[in-house]
Design a protein. Sequence first.
Length: 115
Amino acid sequence: VHLVESGGGLVQPGGSLRLSCAASGFTFSNYGISWYRQATGKERELVAGISSAGSSTNYADSMKGRFTISRNNAKNRVYLKMNSLKPADTEVYYCKTQLLSKNYWGQGTKVTVST
């Protein structure tokens, strides 16, 4: 199982970014995927999740209305579109899946929201 995040970077407050999570090593379309984020010195927190077929999504309250999770099963990718970014969104973002009760994480992509 291999997950690789990309798309992070520096963006001004109010700006947008789209993160991508590329998956391999498992039958991608059979598993839900989640995005988490973690700031230095803090616990990792759930951002959003999407079901295997993409028919069901869930979001942390602070991200509702600003972030959108989606997936393309033909490309083995999950996306996180982030709008109206705030300095408080400055964190490392990770994608995660769970197979047979084991969690698999990517290496993360850094998002910095700053002037």
